[in-house]
Design a protein around this ligand. Structure first.
Ligand code: HEM
Length: 496
């Protein structure tokens, strides 16, 4: 009898698997039923709920209450637009795998006003954005050229902070990261621009990023646009200065190789063959540089700040980090060399700390898309063509079925986890698929370098602040004010 049951089970297994696969895979076959949800009040929909803050690592109340009420896929109305929200891992992977076929990038009117001139949905624009970003921030550049200067800047910054009574970490790290990134992008040197500090312009833009898009003087959005104009002007001046120099030069064209140098040479048609077919314009270059400066610094500064807070709150994590980095120093043949690429790759526990900080950090609720055709989900719903889609990465990161005690900061949960495990697959702080972040390795490397210098050379204690708020982007309410102190036995900064 038992043998017979086993035989039947074996025979049925392929059919069973087929049935499960068939049932679970989202399809594009025609059936129409909207996911459950509510469209809220006329015009504003449920937008006000989105801004209800949360004050810890938990999901914002907007997502938490609706996921509980409707399940992992629901509809809502934000900023007057119908939006389907998905916290369903399988559906999200399915959608992102078919980016540009089923869905396209989409912005709220606020962010479209800020970044709208760069339309990432055009294949030629997207190719250029990836190619040009990776040319300055990709693995090859990092490995061959960036690491020593990055480390030097971290040493200088921490040295400076340790001389002050207290430092607001978010602003300090944002300044360090932006000044370095903007140098790589358009040669920015803060000493030359004493009137308008780039970091201050970007910091006010960040504070008002998600706001009601009213272009009326006095509103947050209006202020945001004015600050953008100032930052763009600063970049445009540099562009014009270099463009003029390239026209008036009787000598060879400039051999400079920051992002802007490349862009100007391409604009002036340098004749080189490119993997994209985009005709650049001054406006496009200037707006793209504005956006690139933005995405390349605020994100990293938030993760660094959060890491400082979390590590201070978890002494065992600090202990293991110190052990890992001191072992790296001990194994070096000379004390005057800096971090090598191999050392970076060997920082196993540090990379676990970074993963865990990214998982809990959830800088925003997720990424926005729009359906370009009707999308039929595995549970019989249809997301209609034109509908906005919020791929709720934050909800995936805090799903207790994937991450045990999801609100606990536990870097050890990543030890031995392989890229094919669900925990890894659902960790998407940098997005996923063809539009996955082009600066992810630069971000990880910068945070790892920062932690290396921090834990080997300094100790720190909180003076005040450190409270998180999400409305719905992550912010540090009163900042995080810290006193950094140099350790007594120190390692000399590397001589470059
Ligand atoms: C902790 C740091 C960072 C986080 C959490 C982050 C997050 C993301 C996410 C979620 C996306 C995907 C957006 C989407 O699919 O709609 C993205 C795309 C992108 N990010 Fe980042 N990012 C970070 C740092 C950076 C840095 C440092 C740079 C530049 C140096 C950068 C440049 C880009 C670019 C160019 C894209 C568009 C890629 C494409 O469309 O192919 N990011 N980022």
């Amino acid at each position: 009898m038992v043998t017979m049951l086993v035989t039947v089970a074996w025979l049925l297994l392929p059919l069973l698997l087929l049935a499960i696969t068939y049932r679970r895979r989202p399809t594009t076959s025609p059936r129409r039923r909207l996911p459950p949800g509510s469209s809220g009040l006329p015009f504003i929909g449920e937008t006000l709920h989105l801004f209800l803050p949360s004050t810890d690592f938990d999901l914002i109340p907007f997502l938490k209450s609706r996921l509980r009420r409707y399940g992992p896929v629901f509809t809502t109305n934000l900023f007057g637009k119908q939006i389907a929200v998905s916290a369903d891992s399988e559906l999200n992977h399915f959608l992102l795998q078919r980016d540009q076929q089923l869905i396209e990038t989409w912005h709220t009117d606020t962010s479209a006003g800020l970044f709208g001139d760069v339309d990432i949905n055009l294949a030629s624009v997207h190719k250029y954005v990836r190619f040009a970003t990776l040319r300055s921030f990709g693995v090859q550049e990092l490995r061959e050229r960036r690491l020593p200067e990055m480390e030097r800047r971290v040493h200088v910054a921490l040295g400076d902070w340790s001389e002050r009574a207290s430092v607001e970490v978010k602003h300090a790290t944002a300044t360090m990261v932006l000044n370095y990134g903007a140098k790589l992008v358009f040669g920015y040197d803060p000493q030359q621009y004493s009137k308008e500090k780039l970091v201050d312009l970007y910091s006010s833009i960040t504070k008002s990023l998600i706001s009601i898009p009213l272009k009326i003087p006095g509103t947050t959005h209006y202020k945001c646009l004015k600050e953008k104009e100032k930052a763009v002007k600063l970049i445009r001046n540099e562009f014009r200065k270099r463009q003029q120099a390239s026209f008036s030069s009787t000598k060879e064209p400039s051999k400079g190789d920051d992002f802007l140098d490349h862009a100007i040479r391409e604009l002036n048609n340098d004749g080189e063959k490119k993997p994209y077919s985009l005709s650049l314009t001054e406006d496009f270059i200037v707006n793209f540089i504005f956006a690139l400066n933005f995405v390349s610094h605020d994100t990293i500064a938030n993760i660094m700040t959060l890491a400082v807070k979390l590590i201070e709150d978890h002494p065992l994590v600090l202990e293991e980090l110190v052990a890992e980095h001191e072992a790296i120093l001990k194994a070096r043949e000379s004390t005057s060399v800096g971090i090598s690429w191999d050392e970076y790759k060997s920082m196993t526990f540090t990379l676990q700390v970074i993963n865990e900080t990214l998982r809990l950090g959830n800088l925003g609720p997720g990424i926005l898309r729009r359906a370009v055709q009707d999308i039929h989900t595995n549970n019989g719903y249809t997301i209609p063509s034109g509908c906005g889609i919020l791929i709720a990465i934050s909800a995936m990161h805090l799903n207790p079925e994937t991450y045990k005690d999801p609100l606990t900061f536990n870097p050890w949960r990543w030890s031995g986890v392989s890229p094919s495990d669900r925990m890894y697959k659902d960790l998407m702080p940098f997005g996923w698929g063809m539009k996955q972040c082009a600066g992810s390795e630069y971000a990880r490397l910068f945070v790892a370098t920062f932690l290396h210098v921090l834990v080997t050379k300094y100790t720190w204690k909180r003076i005040k602040g450190g409270n998180l708020r999400r409305n719905p982007l992550l912010i540090f309410d009163q900042g995080l004010h810290v006193k950094f102190m140099e350790k007594e036995i120190t390692q000399q900064p590397p001589s470059n």
